[in-house]
Ligand binder design. Structure first.
Ligand code: NAI
Length: 331
């Protein structure tokens, strides 16, 4: 067998593409996300990194007849080669929630994982777009920013906390209420990515729709607690993986299309922002070749949404500070 194995080459005739790394690739999110990225025509090279089972995932995925070349990397010693030359790094590494846990309960484990992985990014591909999925996103993104600052390579335009699942859920649940195709719905979701920090701006929904107070309360609550709905249904077997992989692939695709020079790529993301007094905030952003080109303002909010904004600020502030402190004064 050994003599027949070859270093994989890119399929002949395939178009140009980007180099993408998935860190945490053997996990519940990592595996379906890696499949979706392997299927993507804009991906030429896919590096899968994990501390567990990457050879198995790579062997499996490498048999799919799409043109992206897939390579596996296992354990900290191989983090450098996994990251060398990457254009986009997507990070779903870490532990997920179990019933009764908040995203913040994951902090102690995931904060350290994200710090180590971002140290690798700072060293091996500091110009890459970084998509952070590992929770609590409200704190892991500030952690990543601090690590990149310490390494002298922080570019706030290239660091994204992935909140796409909140938007995907909002569009789905709103479509159910107003009775249209979810693909036709666009709900901006702002703030952060945990409980009340997730604020859907239903007054700005497209297509325009006038919700009753009861519908607003139902939708806001369901969007804010969509993650918990899945955690409870999985009853100890983890949190959202398939819908998250879908959302991460959607956001990753937007990053790749922006890197390719496509104009008008707009997504909600949790980023370094001056939209509020908080240093990080999720709003719609326009992404281009060099990263974030424009951060859109919140736009007009109704009374209910203004109240939601006031409520979320202190929790989001504390989560940001917790992340910053973790790097500046390590425990
Ligand atoms: P999982 O436990 O199924 O997979 C996590 C993977 O990370 C495992 O394969 C594990 O071996 C790997 N890992 C652990 N330490 C690592 C390290 N130091 N370096 C590289 N890989 C490492 O968990 P799942 O369900 O895939 O969730 C992953 C993360 O995504 C969790 O933090 C979860 O809370 C978060 N998440 C975020 C969402 C969002 O909307 N941003 C939605 C759902 C989950």
């Amino acid at each position: 067998m050994g003599g027949l194995e070859r270093e994989p080459t890119r399929a002949r005739g395939a178009g140009p593409g980007f180099k993408v790394a998935v860190l945490g690739a053997a996990g519940g999110i990592g595996q379906p996300l890696s499949l979706l990225m392997k299927m993507h025509p804009l991906v030429s090279t896919l590096h899968l990194y994990d501390v567990f089972n990457t050879p198995g995932v790579v062997a499996d995925l490498s048999h799919t007849n799409t043109s992206a070349v897939v390579r596996g990397f296992l354990g900290n010693d191989q983090l450098g080669p996994a990251l060398d030359g990457m254009d986009l790094v997507i990070i779903p590494a870490g532990v997920p929630r179990k019933p009764g846990m908040t995203r913040d309960d994951l902090f102690n484990i995931n904060a350290g994982i994200v710090r180590t992985l971002i140290e690798g990014v700072a060293k091996h591909c500091p110009r890459a777009f970084i998509n952070i999925i590992s929770n609590p996103v409200n704190s892991t993104v500030p952690i990543a920013a601090e690590v990149l600052k310490m390494a002298g390579v922080y570019d706030p335009k290239r660091l994204f906390g992935v909140t796409t699942l909140d938007v995907v859920r909002a569009n789905t649940f709103v479509a159910e209420v107003i009775g249209v195709d979810p693909k036709a719905v666009d709900v901006p979701v702002v703030g952060g990515h945990a409980g009340i920090t997730i604020l859907p701006i239903l007054s700005q929904v497209k297509p325009q729709f006038s919700f009753t107070d009861k519908e607003v309360a139902y939708l806001t609550n369901r969007i804010q607690n969509g993650g918990t709905e899945v955690v409870e249904a999985k009853a100890g077997a983890g949190s959202a993986t398939l819908s998250m992989a879908y959302a991460a692939a959607k956001f990753g695709e937007s990053c790749l299309r922006a890197l390719q020079g496509e104009a008008g790529i707009v997504e909600c993301a949790y980023v370094d922002s001056e939209v509020t007094e908080l240093p990080f905030f999720a709003t719609k952003v326009r992404i281009g070749r060099a990263g974030i080109e424009e951060i859109f303002p919140l736009g007009p909010l109704n009374h209910y949404e203004r109240e939601g904004m006031e409520k979320l600020k202190s929790e989001l502030h504390d989560s940001i500070q917790k992340g910053v402190k973790f790097v500046q004064n390590p425990p």
